[in-house]
Write a protein that binds this ligand. Structure first.
Ligand code: ADP
Ligand code: ZN
Length: 519
């Protein structure tokens, strides 16, 4: 193994887990590899064929990704090819069957539609493994669900005793289970590396999609870029990409847009210029991502919240692959989450819809959280963080540490009012009641006669909303969703933790609830 590592790849030593995984594959074991982007997962399936002289079949979701990999492998003297709709060379199919390739990339569609005789000839010449790259695509819980990935288990009977190796950079426990079940992995060797990217600073801020904000952002980027390093700005829509790019160019930043509506030629040019440091800033939708192997991206900015924490983690994780300090700022508005409801109400299966909604909620809780961002992210991926204060996120780096304020009184007010509203409404109703509104809905329900009516008048509705978000993030309030044929309604109610708070508050007269929000 060491000889092959040196000879073909020119590396002196293995990265964590690589050697173990390769050994398990050579022993014929199915593997599940969950390791951060840039940690060297590809090596795990590229090396066994060089040792056993048997083809490695690799399923990958994107043609562009496969082409990049094929090119890279050929430069190292490894015989690599891809099979998919974009393959124009008709001889590849038969050459593959004769075992002429060390690594053969295939799209899931191509793999599933290949004939039994294709697989049996390939098997006859020798198959060292079947790798499924970006394996989270099999899961409806994943952030990048691809239905064709779910059919991959039909390859199992074609390739008896061939180790299946699933690889992904992000997978929560649910997604991991889905991968194992869906690909029918057996007696799996699992390698999970830590998700902590300690060199990345995480920060979150609210924003508005206004030209004033974009100008301010552009000035910041201008200053940053002058200091060196590349910046990647992720937007949630093509429209945002256009507006942000325009603001940057106006400010004198050389930025280019990247999204699915641009021609592939333009996109390739941008990708190449960015990789070669001829272009410092790319403003992109999620279309720009998989396959970016640029080690020195110093900043990733999210203009709008992505639709899941997996997506956020993966996109922000493109910063600082070289291990040097990098920053990731996420700008969000409440609007970002409302859109989620809209997306989720379109024509998809119930399980998928719930998964999408759950993912949005998690992203929203992350944004509203007042605790350590790193801990929140790590916990989301099922990793217990040991430190309370990471010292490298906005909340941990607040001047004088995080300042906490006594919020028992407003918490008591809001929780009581939410309870009064009986879980039948969203957050606006209890806030309107607290602010003393006499709107018809409120009078009809008799809420105007309640002792809490008007008690929260001193604070703005916006303040109460922010406070409500915090109580949600801290688990005092609970949000459930009612799906009607025409809309999604979020209903807010008091969670167990909130009930406990309320009852202890009424017994003792006074309990404490410290939150880092300005009272
Ligand atoms: P992943 O698939 O996990 O995102 P890659 O396989 O693309 O990561 O590897 C990221 C980078 O690390 C590549 O440039 C690769 O050549 C390099 N790399 C992989 N293994 C080693 C190693 N053992 N020593 C040094 N560099 C390595
Ligand atoms: Zn922190």
């Amino acid at each position: 193994m060491e000889t092959v590592l040196k000879e073909f790849f020119g590396y002196r030593s293995f990265r964590p887990f690589q050697k173990e995984i390769i050994s398990e594959i050579l022993n014929g074991k199915d593997c599940l590899v969950v390791m951060a982007t840039g940690s060297g997962k590809s090596m795990c399936y590229q090396m066994p064929p060089l040792i056993t002289k048997k083809t490695a079949v690799v399923i990958s979701p994107l043609i562009s990704l496969m082409q990049d990999q094929v090119m890279g492998l050929r430069q190292r003297g490894i015989r690599a090819e891809f099979l998919g709709s974009a393959q124009t060379d008709s001889t590849v199919d038969s050459r593959a069957q004769r075992g002429e390739f060390d690594v053969l990339y295939m799209t899931p569609e191509k793999a599933c539609s290949s004939s039994a005789s294709f697989w049996s000839s390939l098997l006859h010449t020798g198959v060292s493994l079947l790798a499924v790259d970006e394996a989270h695509c099999v899961s409806e819980w994943g952030h990048d669900f691809r239905p064709e990935y779910q059919k991959l288990d039909i390859l199992r009977p074609h390739l008896p005793r061939v180790p299946f190796v699933a690889l992904t950079a992000t997978a929560t426990e649910g997604v991991r289970e889905d991968i194992v079940t869906s690909l029918k992995l057996q007696n799996v060797f699992t390698a999970i590396s830590s998700f902590d990217r300690s060199n990345i600073f995480y920060g979150v801020k609210t924003f508005n999609r206004t030209s004033a904000f974009r100008e301010e952002l552009a000035r910041e980027v201008y200053k940053d870029v002058a200091g060196g390093g590349s910046t990647l700005i992720y937007c949630t829509t093509v429209k945002d990409v256009g507006e942000v790019t325009e603001a940057l160019i106006k400010t004198g930043v050389d930025a280019r847009p990247y999204h699915a509506q641009l021609s592939s030629k333009l996109r390739e040019e941008t990708h190449r210029a960015f990789s070669r440091d001829e272009l410092q800033v790319v403003v992109a939708t999620v279309a720009f991502g998989m396959g970016i192997d640029k080690p020195d991206i110093r900043r990733v900015i999210h203009y709008g919240c992505p639709k899941s924490l997996e997506a956020y983690y993966q996109e922000s994780g493109r910063a600082g692959r070289d291990g040097l300090p990098a920053t990731s700022w996420l700008y969000f508005t409440r609007q970002d989450f409302v859109k989620g409801d809209f997306y989720a109400s379109s024509n998809v299966s119930e399980a998928r819809r719930n998964a999408v909604l759950e993912a949005y909620s998690a992203a929203q809780r992350y944004c509203s959280s007042s605790g350590c961002r790193r801990s929140s992210l790590l916990e989301y991926f099922g990793e217990k963080s040991t430190r309370k204060n990471c010292g490298n996120c906005d909340n941990c780096c607040k001047p004088d540490g995080l300042q906490f304020f006594e919020m028992a009184e407003p918490a008591h007010l809001l929780l009581t009012t939410v309870k009064l509203c009986g879980g039948k409404w969203g957050m606006n109703m209890p806030i309107d009641v607290l602010r003393g509104s006499n709107a018809r809905k409120i009078v009809e329900q008799g809420y105007d006669k309640s002792p809490v009516h008007g008690l929260g008048r001193k604070k703005s509705a916006l303040w109460w909303k922010g406070f409500g978000d915090q109580l949600l993030a801290e688990g005092y309030l609970l949000e459930t969703r009612k799906i009607t044929p025409v809309a999604q309604i979020r209903l807010v109610s008091v969670a167990f933790k909130g009930e406990t708070f309320l009852s202890s508050a009424s017994h003792v007269g006074k309990t404490s609830l410290m939150l880092p929000l300005t009272p």
